[in-house]
Ligand binder design. Structure first.
Ligand SMILES: Cc1cc2nc3c(=O)[nH]c(=O)nc-3n(C[C@H](O)[C@H](O)[C@H](O)COP(=O)(O)OP(=O)(O)OC[C@H]3O[C@@H](n4cnc5c(N)ncnc54)[C@H](O)[C@@H]3O)c2cc1C
Length: 587
């Protein structure tokens, strides 16, 4: 195994799925045909594909990038991408978590998210393509007409066609109310879409025969703001009623952006010039429909944090086990120590590893609720699970992507000067992971969504229920000191601060919006860290069922995370409560 290679951590992934609730998901009637062994086999096979086939394309993808051929008006992907993607399509990996009725594998999203993680670790830029396609599938499953589902879903499920998300315009980034792209009904009754969208991920490329663009646009006379937006399906190549490909549509890629990282993922300026589109859902119902796609994608983007952290950790760990520098405690000349024997390097490595573990646990837990929200036995169970999904999505997106970027930065630090040199490959982790806190709604916008919309929902019912769950775990603290002493103690402290700040914010939202907004990001961090600590404790508890060695390691990892991360989170109380006055100093 090369120093920068990727080996899928199947044992860690399975344990995370167990903590998230794999047994409970498999017990749902929808998955009666599925057993644990099949899940394990799928993970192992995909893990091999990710490690052996996909990961070797990652570096070349970064060096070559995806490039617009202006003459042919196509975007050429880096060497090896088409072949790898064709293999992914041929094996049917993209379809595993979708309904059998449209050609899917009928597996839970919890399995799908584990596959997404491995793909993202192996090649983040490439993985964005299936992320967008799968999010488009979620949208069409919920909002598409039966005709649209029958026509588009089977090929999107296989990955023969890809999907994109077209929201952003020069004047409409975080503020989608400013979208100006228009959708006008023509005399032939068809909708024509015109406008320019920017930053469109995989907006154009040579890996699939068709690209299905989901475009937010405004119809004539529509109200201002997001309420006036409608959603259109605009294929690159038009599809006839029998599913065959017809004429090219009037849309094209004007430019592929030069950017900091994910060079292989083409970030396109797309021009729609009276392109033929189909309305998806109701006119003016576009933002609601698009939220289905965005929420699915937000979990996938949050997942990029632990995916990068895992890959960077593996690299840094191998490097630190090999490079000799100085002498660790108790080592006398002429002996030298490898980096991993220095306490500070061990601290950095453990911080990377536990970030990957905790971020994974959080995203998988949100995904498990998504499965129950869809397939739960009764309406009450489903709506309760949906309450958790809605609450957890902004935290999973923002907290996990933030700690993933921090872990990539620590990876550079562990390699020292070599980490800063492109040839090492670690710099790519740092560059690639910087986008996750920005796209799919910046992390600042996630914090606002969490505090202003998700906390007060149903009079604070979901956040209070979630806090109660954490309090219950913290209450499991044994009366005598044991292997998880710090974990329970730090969790109890953090959750009591979380409880107090939550109640404070719930009151503040109505009284002083500005003060609540000023504390939103710190609150999200506190919630993420507390949930991370909670899940790490539950992981340590669950690991006892796996075996003594794994149990001991999981307990130590939980203790490390508690002291280094959860305990520090308690210090966030002050910025959450301090309000907006402290910000007035800025001129
Ligand atoms: C590589 C890449 C890929 C992308 N892929 C896609 C894609 O596939 N489809 C698509 O539609 N878009 C895509 N985007 C666009 C992306 O989603 C936006 O860049 C992002 O939502 C932020 O919008 P913006 O860049 O206009 O920043 P702005 O909205 O200008 O925000 C700038 C800063 O101000 C903050 N801010 C803005 N408004 C507020 C507010 N009300 N309150 C507090 N803070 C605020 C933000 O948090 C941010 O820190 C992509 C972008 C990049 C760079």
């Amino acid at each position: 195994m090369g120093i920068a290679d990727y080996e899928a951590p199947i044992g860690d992934i399975l344990l995370a799925m167990d903590v998230a609730g794999l047994d409970e998901v498999l017990a749902l009637p929808a998955y009666a045909e599925l057993d644990r062994e099949s899940v394990e086999l799928a993970l192992a096979e995909f893990g091999r594909f990710a490690g052996d086939v996909v990961a070797p394309t990652d570096r070349l993808g970064d060096l070559e990038g995806s490039v617009l051929d202006p003459v042919a008006s196509v975007v050429r992907t880096p060497t090896g991408f088409r072949a790898v993607y064709a293999q992914y399509v041929a094996s049917g990996w993209g379809a595993v978590q979708f309904p059998v009725a449209y050609g899917g594998g009928g597996l839970p999203s919890l399995v799908g998210i584990a596959l997404q993680e491995m793909l993202a670790s192996a090649n983040l830029a490439l993985s964005l393509n299936p992320v967008l396609t799968q999010s488009a599938i979620e949208l069409l499953l919920t909002w598409g007409s039966e005709d649209q589902r029958v026509l588009y879903l089977p090929k999107l499920l296989t990955g023969e066609w890809c999907g994109t998300m077209n929201l952003t315009e020069p004047e409409a980034g975080s503020d989608l109310g400013e979208v100006r792209t228009s959708g006008i009904r023509d005399t032939d009754g068809r909708w024509r879409i015109s406008g320019t969208k920017i930053f469109i991920t995989w907006g154009e490329h040579d890996m699939a025969e068709n690209i299905v663009h989901l475009v937010l646009a405004r119809t004539p006379g529509a109200p201002a703001g997001t309420k006036g937006l409608s959603l259109f399906l605009v294929p690159k190549v038009m599809v006839t009623s029998d599913g065959t490909l017809g004429q090219s549509n009037t849309l094209h890629c004007l430019r592929v952006e030069e950017k900091l990282g994910i060079h292989a993922s083409p970030t396109c300026v797309m021009e729609f010039d009276k392109a033929v589109g189909e309305l998806v859902g109701d006119e003016h119902g576009g933002i609601r429909a698009m939220f289905t796609m965005m929420n699915a994608a937000r979990l996938s983007i949050g997942l990029q944090g632990p995916s990068v952290a895992e890959r960077a950790f593996q690299h840094a760990h191998r490097y630190a086990a090999d490079r000799q520098q100085g002498r660790g405690p108790g080592v006398a000349p002429p002996q030298r120590s490898v980096l991993v024997d220095h306490p500070d390097v061990r601290r950095m490595l453990l911080s990377m590893r536990t970030s990957a573990l905790a971020g994974r646990l959080l995203v998988y837990t949100a995904t498990r609720y998504r499965d129950i929200a869809r397939q739960g036995d009764d309406p009450e169970t489903r709506s309760s699970a949906q309450g958790y999904v809605d609450l957890l999505t902004p935290v999973a997106k923002a907290w996990s992507s933030d700690i993933g970027f921090a872990a990539a930065s620590t990876g550079v630090q562990i390699l020292g000067g070599a980490g800063y040199i492109e040839e090492s490959g670690m710099a790519q982790r740092l560059r690639d992971s910087r986008i996750a806190p920005i796209y799919e709604g910046t992390n600042g916008i996630q914090a606002i969504d969490l505090v202003m919309r998700k906390l007060p929902r149903d009079d604070g019912r979901w956040i209070r229920a979630l806090i109660d769950d954490v309090v219950t775990t913290a209450g499991n603290r044994p009366s005598r000191p044991g292997s998880l002493t710090h974990s329970y103690a730090a969790l109890a402290d953090a959750v009591s601060i979380l409880q107090a700040t939550t109640e404070h914010l719930l009151l503040l939202i109505d009284r002083s919006r500005e003060d609540a907004l000023a504390g939103a990001t710190s609150y999200l961090e506190l919630l993420g860290s507390t949930l991370g600590g909670w899940l790490m404790v539950r992981r340590a508890e669950r690991a006892r069922q796996v075996g003594p060695e794994i149990a001991a390691r999981a307990a130590s990892e939980s203790e490390f995370f508690a002291t280094e991360h959860v305990a520090r989170a308690s210090g966030l109380e002050r910025p959450i409560l301090s309000g907006a006055r402290r910000l007035s100093v800025l001129y």
